[in-house]
Design a protein. Structure first.
Length: 127
């Protein structure tokens, strides 16, 4: 599925820069998502949200710039996005709350690592 060149370059470059990917990896990621959406499938990205395709019916709208005052909008598909609860909470936090939540996640991770280190049985060295 070809993407308009201007959008493709800027979106891919942003994705690669932010995620630390190569341009080719970012382009493959974006194309994979758009291919799945164009097939009518939902794309779920954990912690971010759900992308899906939604058809929009043909309709007529009022436009004072058009002769007769009516413009026709053809039937088309659009991408809808529903953000996850995690994303919703994250974007609505203040920077201080975000830093506090990050510190809590790191502390929880450290506790899990410590617990695993103490519960694993010691192995005898192989002779």
């Amino acid at each position: 599925m070809p993407i308009p060149p201007k959008t493709d370059r800027s979106t891919t470059a942003d994705c690669a820069r932010i995620a630390g990917l190569t341009h080719a990896q970012a382009e493959g990621f974006i194309h994979a998502i758009l291919d799945e959406i164009s097939r009518g499938k939902e794309v779920r990205l954990a912690g971010l949200g759900i992308f899906r395709m939604q058809p929009v019916k043909r309709r007529e709208v009022r436009s004072p710039l058009m002769p007769g005052g009516v413009a026709k909008c053809p039937e088309r598909n659009q991408i809808r996005f529903r953000r996850s609860r995690v994303a919703n909470v994250t974007i609505n936090q203040t920077p201080a709350e975000r830093a506090e939540a990050r510190a809590a996640r790191i502390a929880q991770h450290d506790q899990q690592v410590d617990r695993l280190a103490t519960t694993r049985p010691k192995r005898d060295p192989v002779e």
